[in-house]
Design a protein around this ligand. Sequence first.
Ligand SMILES: Cc1cc2nc3c(=O)[nH]c(=O)nc-3n(C[C@H](O)[C@H](O)[C@H](O)COP(=O)(O)OP(=O)(O)OC[C@H]3O[C@@H](n4cnc5c(N)ncnc54)[C@H](O)[C@@H]3O)c2cc1C
Length: 296
Amino acid sequence: MTSPTTITWHAHEPLAPLTSWRIGGPARRFTVVHDPAALQMAVAQADALGLRWFILGGGSNLLVPDHGWNGAVIRYRDRRCEIERHGDAGLALIGAGAPMAGTARRLAHLGWAGLEWAEGLPGTIGGAVFGNAGCYGGDTASTLEYATLLVDGTLERWNIARLDYGYRTSALKRRPGDAPRPVILGAAIRLQRSDPVELARRMELTASLRRSRTPWGASCGSVFKNPPGESAGRLIEAVGLKNSRSGQAMIAQEHANYIINLGQASSDDVLRLIDQARERVLSHFGITLELEVQLL
Ligand SMILES: Cc1cc2nc3c(=O)[nH]c(=O)nc-3n(C[C@H](O)[C@H](O)[C@H](O)COP(=O)(O)OP(=O)(O)OC[C@H]3O[C@@H](n4cnc5c(N)ncnc54)[C@H](O)[C@@H]3O)c2cc1C
Protein backbone atom coordinates (compact mmCIF):
# COMPACT_ATOMS: atom_id res chain seq x y z
CA MET A 1 0.00 0.00 0.00
CA THR A 2 1.28 3.49 -0.79
CA SER A 3 1.48 6.10 1.92
CA PRO A 4 -1.77 8.07 2.13
CA THR A 5 -2.14 11.77 2.67
CA THR A 6 -3.80 13.04 5.82
CA ILE A 7 -7.21 11.90 7.01
CA THR A 8 -9.77 14.66 7.52
CA TRP A 9 -12.09 13.95 10.44
CA HIS A 10 -15.39 15.79 10.79
CA ALA A 11 -17.03 16.15 14.21
CA HIS A 12 -20.73 15.47 14.81
CA GLU A 13 -21.48 14.57 11.20
CA PRO A 14 -25.20 13.81 10.67
CA LEU A 15 -25.61 10.23 9.48
CA ALA A 16 -29.28 10.34 8.45
CA PRO A 17 -28.53 11.75 4.96
CA LEU A 18 -26.04 8.89 4.43
CA THR A 19 -28.64 6.18 4.97
CA SER A 20 -31.47 5.11 2.69
CA TRP A 21 -33.90 5.31 5.65
CA ARG A 22 -32.86 8.93 6.28
CA ILE A 23 -32.83 8.21 10.03
CA GLY A 24 -30.22 8.61 12.75
CA GLY A 25 -28.13 11.07 14.73
CA PRO A 26 -24.54 12.22 14.24
CA ALA A 27 -21.23 10.36 14.39
CA ARG A 28 -18.73 11.70 16.90
CA ARG A 29 -16.06 11.53 14.19
CA PHE A 30 -16.57 10.93 10.47
CA THR A 31 -14.33 10.60 7.47
CA VAL A 32 -14.51 9.50 3.84
CA VAL A 33 -11.58 7.54 2.42
CA HIS A 34 -10.99 6.43 -1.14
CA ASP A 35 -8.25 3.79 -1.10
CA PRO A 36 -6.97 0.96 1.09
CA ALA A 37 -3.99 2.90 2.45
CA ALA A 38 -6.19 5.78 3.63
CA LEU A 39 -8.66 3.31 5.09
CA GLN A 40 -5.91 1.59 7.03
CA MET A 41 -4.70 4.94 8.34
CA ALA A 42 -8.22 6.00 9.38
CA VAL A 43 -8.72 2.74 11.30
CA ALA A 44 -5.31 3.12 13.00
CA GLN A 45 -6.12 6.70 13.99
CA ALA A 46 -9.52 5.75 15.40
CA ASP A 47 -7.87 2.92 17.37
CA ALA A 48 -5.19 5.29 18.67
CA LEU A 49 -7.90 7.69 19.87
CA GLY A 50 -9.69 4.81 21.59
CA LEU A 51 -12.75 5.31 19.37
CA ARG A 52 -14.96 2.43 18.26
CA TRP A 53 -15.16 2.55 14.47
CA PHE A 54 -17.70 1.46 11.96
CA ILE A 55 -17.41 1.06 8.18
CA LEU A 56 -20.24 2.66 6.22
CA GLY A 57 -20.99 1.61 2.65
CA GLY A 58 -24.11 2.92 0.95
CA GLY A 59 -26.12 2.99 4.21
CA SER A 60 -28.91 0.99 2.56
CA ASN A 61 -29.13 -1.77 5.15
CA LEU A 62 -28.63 0.15 8.33
CA LEU A 63 -30.63 1.64 11.20
CA VAL A 64 -28.69 4.40 12.95
CA PRO A 65 -30.03 5.33 16.41
CA ASP A 66 -31.41 8.82 16.97
CA HIS A 67 -28.60 9.58 19.41
CA GLY A 68 -26.06 8.73 16.72
CA TRP A 69 -22.78 6.85 17.13
CA ASN A 70 -20.30 7.75 19.85
CA GLY A 71 -17.31 6.65 17.78
CA ALA A 72 -15.76 6.99 14.35
CA VAL A 73 -17.66 6.28 11.14
CA ILE A 74 -15.44 5.61 8.15
CA ARG A 75 -17.13 5.77 4.76
CA TYR A 76 -15.27 3.71 2.21
CA ARG A 77 -15.48 4.95 -1.38
CA ASP A 78 -12.93 2.97 -3.37
CA ARG A 79 -14.77 2.54 -6.68
CA ARG A 80 -12.01 1.11 -8.84
CA CYS A 81 -12.85 -1.68 -11.22
CA GLU A 82 -10.26 -3.60 -13.23
CA ILE A 83 -10.91 -6.63 -15.39
CA GLU A 84 -8.49 -9.52 -15.80
CA ARG A 85 -9.40 -11.35 -19.00
CA HIS A 86 -8.83 -15.06 -19.57
CA GLY A 87 -10.37 -15.84 -22.98
CA ASP A 88 -14.16 -15.69 -22.63
CA ALA A 89 -13.94 -15.58 -18.85
CA GLY A 90 -12.85 -12.71 -16.66
CA LEU A 91 -12.35 -11.57 -13.11
CA ALA A 92 -13.48 -8.10 -12.07
CA LEU A 93 -11.41 -6.67 -9.22
CA ILE A 94 -13.73 -4.13 -7.68
CA GLY A 95 -13.18 -1.69 -4.80
CA ALA A 96 -15.58 -2.25 -1.90
CA GLY A 97 -16.93 1.30 -2.19
CA ALA A 98 -18.17 0.78 -5.76
CA PRO A 99 -21.95 0.88 -6.19
CA MET A 100 -23.36 -2.59 -6.77
CA ALA A 101 -25.97 -1.65 -9.38
CA GLY A 102 -23.80 0.90 -11.21
CA THR A 103 -20.96 -1.60 -11.47
CA ALA A 104 -23.32 -4.30 -12.76
CA ARG A 105 -24.50 -1.92 -15.50
CA ARG A 106 -21.00 -0.87 -16.41
CA LEU A 107 -19.85 -4.47 -16.74
CA ALA A 108 -22.92 -5.43 -18.78
CA HIS A 109 -22.34 -2.48 -21.10
CA LEU A 110 -18.82 -3.82 -21.72
CA GLY A 111 -20.29 -7.24 -22.56
CA TRP A 112 -19.52 -8.98 -19.27
CA ALA A 113 -22.15 -11.13 -17.57
CA GLY A 114 -21.91 -12.17 -13.92
CA LEU A 115 -23.35 -9.31 -11.91
CA GLU A 116 -26.45 -8.51 -13.98
CA TRP A 117 -28.79 -9.89 -11.28
CA ALA A 118 -27.75 -6.88 -9.16
CA GLU A 119 -29.61 -4.40 -11.40
CA GLY A 120 -31.19 -1.82 -9.09
CA LEU A 121 -29.67 -3.30 -5.90
CA PRO A 122 -28.84 -0.37 -3.59
CA GLY A 123 -25.54 -0.20 -1.72
CA THR A 124 -21.92 -1.03 -2.35
CA ILE A 125 -19.83 -4.08 -3.19
CA GLY A 126 -18.59 -4.04 0.44
CA GLY A 127 -22.12 -4.13 1.86
CA ALA A 128 -23.06 -6.94 -0.54
CA VAL A 129 -20.01 -9.02 0.41
CA PHE A 130 -20.72 -8.43 4.10
CA GLY A 131 -24.37 -9.53 4.02
CA ASN A 132 -24.48 -11.79 0.92
CA ALA A 133 -26.90 -9.46 -0.82
CA GLY A 134 -28.94 -11.15 -3.51
CA CYS A 135 -32.02 -10.77 -5.67
CA TYR A 136 -33.68 -11.87 -8.88
CA GLY A 137 -31.91 -15.20 -9.24
CA GLY A 138 -28.43 -14.24 -8.07
CA ASP A 139 -26.47 -13.53 -4.94
CA THR A 140 -23.02 -12.40 -3.94
CA ALA A 141 -21.92 -15.84 -2.78
CA SER A 142 -22.53 -17.39 -6.19
CA THR A 143 -20.57 -14.74 -8.14
CA LEU A 144 -17.67 -14.00 -5.80
CA GLU A 145 -14.26 -15.63 -6.31
CA TYR A 146 -12.70 -14.04 -3.24
CA ALA A 147 -12.77 -10.87 -1.13
CA THR A 148 -9.76 -8.88 0.04
CA LEU A 149 -9.90 -7.84 3.66
CA LEU A 150 -8.00 -5.82 6.17
CA VAL A 151 -7.91 -7.86 9.39
CA ASP A 152 -6.18 -6.30 12.37
CA GLY A 153 -3.85 -4.34 10.08
CA THR A 154 -3.03 -7.32 7.83
CA LEU A 155 -4.17 -7.78 4.23
CA GLU A 156 -5.94 -11.12 3.70
CA ARG A 157 -7.73 -12.87 0.85
CA TRP A 158 -10.84 -14.83 1.88
CA ASN A 159 -12.43 -17.39 -0.42
CA ILE A 160 -16.07 -18.43 -0.37
CA ALA A 161 -15.47 -21.27 2.09
CA ARG A 162 -13.94 -18.91 4.59
CA LEU A 163 -16.69 -16.33 4.13
CA ASP A 164 -19.10 -19.15 5.04
CA TYR A 165 -22.10 -17.62 3.30
CA GLY A 166 -25.71 -18.32 4.12
CA TYR A 167 -28.96 -16.59 3.27
CA ARG A 168 -28.19 -12.86 3.81
CA THR A 169 -25.35 -13.71 6.14
CA SER A 170 -21.63 -14.44 6.23
CA ALA A 171 -18.81 -15.18 8.64
CA LEU A 172 -18.24 -11.40 8.69
CA LYS A 173 -21.81 -10.61 9.70
CA ARG A 174 -21.90 -13.36 12.34
CA ARG A 175 -18.62 -12.31 13.94
CA PRO A 176 -18.91 -11.73 17.70
CA GLY A 177 -18.69 -8.09 18.81
CA ASP A 178 -15.34 -8.50 20.59
CA ALA A 179 -13.54 -10.23 17.66
CA PRO A 180 -11.23 -8.16 15.37
CA ARG A 181 -13.47 -6.52 12.78
CA PRO A 182 -12.35 -7.20 9.22
CA VAL A 183 -12.78 -4.41 6.67
CA ILE A 184 -13.69 -5.44 3.15
CA LEU A 185 -11.36 -3.72 0.70
CA GLY A 186 -12.58 -5.29 -2.50
CA ALA A 187 -14.07 -8.24 -4.28
CA ALA A 188 -13.11 -10.43 -7.22
CA ILE A 189 -16.23 -11.25 -9.22
CA ARG A 190 -16.33 -13.99 -11.87
CA LEU A 191 -17.40 -12.85 -15.34
CA GLN A 192 -18.20 -14.38 -18.72
CA ARG A 193 -18.34 -12.72 -22.13
CA SER A 194 -21.91 -12.05 -23.22
CA ASP A 195 -23.96 -9.95 -25.58
CA PRO A 196 -24.42 -6.44 -24.12
CA VAL A 197 -27.77 -6.01 -25.88
CA GLU A 198 -29.12 -9.23 -24.35
CA LEU A 199 -27.73 -8.25 -20.93
CA ALA A 200 -29.38 -4.83 -21.20
CA ARG A 201 -32.68 -6.49 -22.07
CA ARG A 202 -32.52 -8.82 -19.05
CA MET A 203 -31.55 -5.98 -16.75
CA GLU A 204 -34.40 -3.81 -17.96
CA LEU A 205 -36.76 -6.67 -17.11
CA THR A 206 -35.29 -6.87 -13.60
CA ALA A 207 -35.53 -3.09 -13.24
CA SER A 208 -39.21 -3.07 -14.10
CA LEU A 209 -39.92 -5.98 -11.73
CA ARG A 210 -38.07 -4.13 -8.98
CA ARG A 211 -40.00 -0.91 -9.68
CA SER A 212 -43.31 -2.75 -9.49
CA ARG A 213 -42.45 -4.50 -6.19
CA THR A 214 -40.69 -1.77 -4.24
CA PRO A 215 -42.87 0.44 -2.04
CA TRP A 216 -42.41 4.13 -2.56
CA GLY A 217 -40.52 6.07 0.14
CA ALA A 218 -37.36 5.92 2.26
CA SER A 219 -36.65 2.42 3.55
CA CYS A 220 -33.90 -0.15 4.10
CA GLY A 221 -35.48 -2.73 1.81
CA SER A 222 -36.56 -5.89 3.63
CA VAL A 223 -36.40 -5.44 7.40
CA PHE A 224 -36.56 -9.17 8.25
CA LYS A 225 -35.10 -12.26 6.60
CA ASN A 226 -37.64 -14.65 5.16
CA PRO A 227 -38.01 -17.61 7.55
CA PRO A 228 -37.34 -20.99 5.85
CA GLY A 229 -40.16 -21.71 3.37
CA GLU A 230 -42.02 -18.53 4.37
CA SER A 231 -42.22 -14.88 3.44
CA ALA A 232 -41.72 -12.39 6.26
CA GLY A 233 -43.97 -9.92 4.41
CA ARG A 234 -46.80 -12.44 4.17
CA LEU A 235 -46.57 -13.23 7.91
CA ILE A 236 -46.61 -9.56 8.91
CA GLU A 237 -49.54 -8.93 6.58
CA ALA A 238 -51.39 -11.95 8.01
CA VAL A 239 -51.18 -10.56 11.56
CA GLY A 240 -52.85 -7.37 10.36
CA LEU A 241 -49.92 -4.98 10.53
CA LYS A 242 -49.99 -3.57 7.00
CA ASN A 243 -50.26 0.23 7.15
CA SER A 244 -49.55 0.23 10.92
CA ARG A 245 -47.87 3.39 12.07
CA SER A 246 -45.57 4.36 14.89
CA GLY A 247 -44.92 8.09 14.78
CA GLN A 248 -43.63 8.77 11.28
CA ALA A 249 -42.76 5.16 10.46
CA MET A 250 -45.22 2.91 8.65
CA ILE A 251 -45.37 -0.72 7.58
CA ALA A 252 -45.82 -0.44 3.83
CA GLN A 253 -49.14 -1.16 2.17
CA GLU A 254 -47.47 -2.68 -0.90
CA HIS A 255 -45.03 -4.97 0.96
CA ALA A 256 -45.30 -5.61 4.71
CA ASN A 257 -41.59 -6.40 5.10
CA TYR A 258 -40.81 -2.75 4.32
CA ILE A 259 -40.97 0.02 6.93
CA ILE A 260 -41.25 3.44 5.34
CA ASN A 261 -40.03 6.72 6.82
CA LEU A 262 -42.91 9.11 6.13
CA GLY A 263 -40.61 12.09 6.61
CA GLN A 264 -39.47 12.58 10.19
CA ALA A 265 -39.39 9.02 11.55
CA SER A 266 -37.08 8.34 14.49
CA SER A 267 -35.17 5.11 15.02
CA ASP A 268 -37.45 4.50 18.02
CA ASP A 269 -40.51 4.71 15.72
CA VAL A 270 -38.96 2.00 13.54
CA LEU A 271 -37.88 -0.15 16.49
CA ARG A 272 -41.42 -0.09 17.90
CA LEU A 273 -42.79 -1.44 14.61
CA ILE A 274 -40.05 -4.07 14.50
CA ASP A 275 -40.96 -5.22 18.04
CA GLN A 276 -44.66 -5.24 17.21
CA ALA A 277 -44.13 -7.35 14.07
CA ARG A 278 -41.89 -9.80 15.91
CA GLU A 279 -44.27 -10.19 18.86
CA ARG A 280 -47.39 -10.68 16.74
CA VAL A 281 -45.77 -13.12 14.30
CA LEU A 282 -44.33 -15.11 17.20
CA SER A 283 -47.63 -15.30 19.07
CA HIS A 284 -49.72 -16.12 15.95
CA PHE A 285 -47.35 -18.44 14.11
CA GLY A 286 -44.67 -19.43 16.64
CA ILE A 287 -42.04 -18.05 14.20
CA THR A 288 -39.24 -15.77 15.37
CA LEU A 289 -38.45 -13.16 12.73
CA GLU A 290 -34.74 -12.49 12.34
CA LEU A 291 -33.53 -9.03 11.33
CA GLU A 292 -31.94 -8.60 7.91
CA VAL A 293 -31.15 -4.93 8.55
CA GLN A 294 -28.09 -4.05 10.65
CA LEU A 295 -28.62 -1.99 13.81
CA LEU A 296 -25.71 0.34 14.43
C1 LIG B 1 -35.11 -0.09 -1.63
C2 LIG B 1 -34.14 -1.17 -1.18
C3 LIG B 1 -34.16 -2.40 -1.80
C4 LIG B 1 -33.28 -3.42 -1.40
N1 LIG B 1 -33.32 -4.61 -2.04
C5 LIG B 1 -32.46 -5.60 -1.66
C6 LIG B 1 -32.45 -6.85 -2.35
O1 LIG B 1 -33.19 -7.09 -3.29
N2 LIG B 1 -31.58 -7.81 -1.91
C7 LIG B 1 -30.71 -7.58 -0.86
O2 LIG B 1 -29.93 -8.49 -0.52
N3 LIG B 1 -30.69 -6.40 -0.21
C8 LIG B 1 -31.53 -5.41 -0.58
N4 LIG B 1 -31.51 -4.20 0.06
C9 LIG B 1 -30.59 -4.01 1.19
C10 LIG B 1 -29.21 -3.43 0.78
O3 LIG B 1 -29.27 -2.93 -0.53
C11 LIG B 1 -28.12 -4.50 0.84
O4 LIG B 1 -28.08 -5.11 2.09
C12 LIG B 1 -26.73 -3.88 0.53
O5 LIG B 1 -25.84 -4.93 0.22
C13 LIG B 1 -26.16 -3.04 1.66
O6 LIG B 1 -24.98 -2.42 1.18
P1 LIG B 1 -24.49 -1.02 1.74
O7 LIG B 1 -23.22 -0.66 1.05
O8 LIG B 1 -25.57 -0.01 1.66
O9 LIG B 1 -24.17 -1.40 3.26
P2 LIG B 1 -24.39 -0.48 4.55
O10 LIG B 1 -25.86 -0.33 4.80
O11 LIG B 1 -23.58 0.74 4.45
O12 LIG B 1 -23.78 -1.44 5.65
C14 LIG B 1 -24.38 -2.68 5.95
C15 LIG B 1 -23.35 -3.50 6.75
O13 LIG B 1 -22.25 -3.81 5.89
C16 LIG B 1 -21.05 -3.41 6.51
N5 LIG B 1 -20.11 -2.95 5.48
C17 LIG B 1 -20.37 -2.18 4.39
N6 LIG B 1 -19.23 -1.97 3.70
C18 LIG B 1 -18.25 -2.61 4.37
C19 LIG B 1 -16.84 -2.77 4.17
N7 LIG B 1 -16.21 -2.22 3.12
N8 LIG B 1 -16.14 -3.50 5.08
C20 LIG B 1 -16.76 -4.06 6.14
N9 LIG B 1 -18.07 -3.96 6.39
C21 LIG B 1 -18.81 -3.24 5.51
C22 LIG B 1 -21.44 -2.25 7.42
O14 LIG B 1 -20.45 -2.06 8.44
C23 LIG B 1 -22.77 -2.74 7.95
O15 LIG B 1 -22.59 -3.61 9.02
C24 LIG B 1 -32.36 -3.17 -0.35
C25 LIG B 1 -32.31 -1.90 0.26
C26 LIG B 1 -33.19 -0.90 -0.17
C27 LIG B 1 -33.10 0.45 0.48
